[in-house]
Design a protein around this ligand. Structure first.
Ligand SMILES: [Fe+2]
Length: 310
């Protein structure tokens, strides 16, 4: 069983000083939102507890599916780089960007270079999407849906060029019999509103159906969700992690992170949702089970994992 920890939407604070010139943009509204509510929802002490939890219960790999920062200010990227390093080395951690990591037009791609070794092919330092990291029978494919969007929008896009590069990658990995885990910040699901969706979700779902892909890990929604992509090979789960920096007191955006146990040979995926408990400052398991295809798509059927203490 390959053990993977899936974190998302850390929205790491605190915010650095915001220059006045930065506020003549969408950042003005982002700063209002941060000061009004987000600073209290996304807490550094929860991320500290997350680091401790992953030290006590190590996974073989950690996937962080975007929105590490808030307003994409230069100082935020360096702070996030320090936190990423606390989760592990570039060999142990894979990162993809989210829409907040490309919040407004500007040099955000230059800032991503602070995370470049976590967003590159195995053995490379060059940021590339898709990137591929192979861990035994599991292939992790990182995509970027992070593009700036207008005020009041939080949509994403892969773009034709990235999709064209992805097709042969999926075909090759699928041909090698690997279990393919695709990381993409915006869930490729049709049910998400046009204000927040992945513009080319249908193209990605179609490509997974045609070329390969066994599991999609996303974020963006700030709550745990499951979706399904139907393929000729069966139902492919789309698993949406909550925000991993949010405590258990926020009723609308329950936080947490996901631990996965992947059995590549049997094509089985076991899931445990771990949530931060404000009462004791620790994470514990809120739900545990297996992803199973039902008549209405993928369900999380509760139960213990086989042969493990997860
Ligand atoms: Fe987010």
């Amino acid at each position: 069983m390959f053990k993977l920890a899936h974190l998302s939407d850390l929205h790491i604070g605190p915010l650095p000083d915001v220059p006045l010139s930065a506020l003549f943009s969408k950042r003005f509204f982002g700063l209002l939102s941060w000061r009004r509510k987000r600073h209290a929802m996304h807490r550094v002490e929860v991320i500290e507890a997350l680091v401790r939890d992953l030290t006590l219960h190590p996974a073989e790999h950690v996937a962080i599916t975007g929105d590490l920062v808030n307003l994409a200010l230069t100082g935020e990227f360096g702070n996030a780089a320090s936190w990423i390093a606390r989760f592990g080395s570039p060999e142990e951690v894979s990162v993809i960007p989210g829409n907040h990591d490309a919040y407004v037009d500007g040099p955000y791609r230059d800032h991503w270079k602070m995370w470049q070794r976590y967003m590159a092919d195995d053995g490379s330092c060059e940021i590339t999407f898709p990137y591929v990291r192979r861990r035994g029978p599991v292939a992790i494919v990182g995509l970027s849906s992070a593009v700036p969007s207008p005020i009041a929008f939080a949509c994403g896009s892969l773009g034709n060029a990235q999709l064209e590069r992805l097709e042969p990658v999926l075909r090759q990995l699928h041909g090698q019999g690997l279990f393919i885990v695709i990381l993409v910040h915006h869930p490729p699901l049709a049910r998400i509103s046009t204000r927040r969706n992945l513009r080319d979700h249908a193209a990605l779902a179609d490509m997974i159906a045609r070329c390969g892909g066994d599991l999609v890990l996303s974020g963006h929604q700030h709550r745990f969700e499951l979706g399904t992509i139907e393929t000729p090979r069966g139902s492919v789960p789309v698993m949406v992690a909550p925000s991993s920096s949010t405590d258990d007191t926020n009723r609308h955006d329950e936080g947490g992170y996901i631990r996965l146990g992947i059995d590549p040979a049997q094509r089985r995926v076991f899931v445990a949702i771990r949530r931060y408990r404000d009462a004791n400052g620790r994470f514990d398991t809120a739900m545990r089970g297996e992803l199973v295809a039902g008549k209405d798509g993928i369900d999380l059927v509760q139960g213990d994992w086989p042969d493990t203490d997860d």
